[in-house]
Design a protein around this ligand. Structure first.
Ligand code: ATP
Ligand code: MG
Length: 308
């Protein structure tokens, strides 16, 4: 049995011509009339997709519905940085000792004290960018930069960025037990977006890792795109502090090339090998180019003060 709606319920629309109106109004809708009605109504009401001229399909959105389909807001750049699993309390693959595992150990306390002093200085002067370097290789630059970054990242509501700018011997990825998505050269030359390269091992810490050494490091750090990329990073990330892990001052000119990009420098000295002459040479090299924020005594003997 077929059931058709009575003419008064469906026949009053403008889709019908005068001839049909007269007939249907009089006798109720015929089967033929109903099919015609359905054919005419279908394109407008049944589907939001319409064929385009090339045989594909496109979304036909009524003007009144469009605003509700748009996302209310885009996530900000910091939230777009990929979060990666990281167990700071005991990362098995981490190569360097991460002192945040032992909050009450003297080394962890020293990093927290260094963090607080550094934050006071940066805040007082409106600075954000800090280079971490050493007179010679192996003094503990990466060890200090990573542990300081983890300590800074524990400050509630803060944002810390740690960038591996040591193109001679990149070490931050290995120190944190993370895999670098690409090398830093692509990022600093502008071919890879910073937000795509950075990783967030903690909600308040973003790291820029490097997976390949590059002997043209000084030229890369001098380049205009490097300057623009870092300016963009600071602007978009909203970072409170950015730490840059750099090669030794007295071995390459990379750090000297990068000095215009930072507000100040932390020098890591090795209590077992760094000499006074080396520290004096570093200070001479930095003088007039940037501010020396402090000299950190790493691998201090018991009788030494851990921070100078
Ligand atoms: N205070 C410390 N306690 C224990 N181990 C340390 C300490 N400082 C550094 N090390 C170890 O010494 C080695 C060298 O440290 P690190 O990689 O930080 O040196 P670096 O100055 O970054 O060297 P490079 O110039 O090659 O980048 C690492 O294996 C690290 O674990
Ligand atoms: Mg290093």
């Amino acid at each position: 049995m077929k059931h058709f709606a009575p003419s008064k319920a469906i026949g009053a629309g403008p889709l019908r011509g005068p001839r049909e109106t007269r007939k249907d109004d009089k006798d109720g809708m015929t089967e033929q009339g109903f099919k015609r009605f359905r054919r005419r109504r279908a394109p407008a009401a049944a589907t939001p997709f319409t064929a385009d001229t090339e045989g594909g399909s496109r979304l036909a959105v009524p003007a009144s519905a469009a605003p509700s389909l748009l996302p209310a807001t885009l996530p900000e750049p910091w939230d777009r940085i990929r979060q990666v699993p990281f167990d700071g309390a005991g990362h098995q693959e981490a190569r360097l000792p991460l002192v945040s595992r032992f909050r009450t150990a003297p080394a962890a306390k020293s990093f927290d004290l260094l963090r607080t002093r550094l934050l006071h200085t940066l805040k007082a002067r409106g600075w954000k960018r800090v280079a971490v370097t050493a007179p010679a290789a192996g003094c503990g630059t990466t060890f200090s930069a990573v542990n300081l970054a983890l300590s800074l990242a524990r400050v509630p509501g803060s944002r810390t960025v740690l960038m591996d700018m040591n193109f001679r011997r990149p070490g931050v990825a290995c120190a944190l037990g993370l895999q670098a998505p690409a090398n830093m050269t692509g990022v600093l030359s502008g071919t890879v977006l910073m937000e795509e390269h950075l990783l967030r091992p903690l909600p308040s810490l973003a790291v820029g890792l490097n997976n390949a050494a590059d002997q043209n490091a000084a030229e890369i750090l001098h380049s205009g795109t490097c300057i623009e990329t870092l300016d963009g990073l600071m602007l978009r990330s909203g970072a409170d502090v950015a730490l840059f892990d750099l090669p030794p001052v007295l071995e390459h000119d990379d750090t000297a090339a990068f000095l215009p990009q930072v507000d100040g420098v932390l020098i890591i000295s090795d209590g077992t090998s760094t000499t006074a002459a080396q520290l004096a040479a570093c200070e001479k090299m930095l003088a007039g180019h940037t501010q020396l924020l402090g000299v950190v005594l790493n691998r201090a003997r018991k009788s030494d003060s851990s921070l100078l």
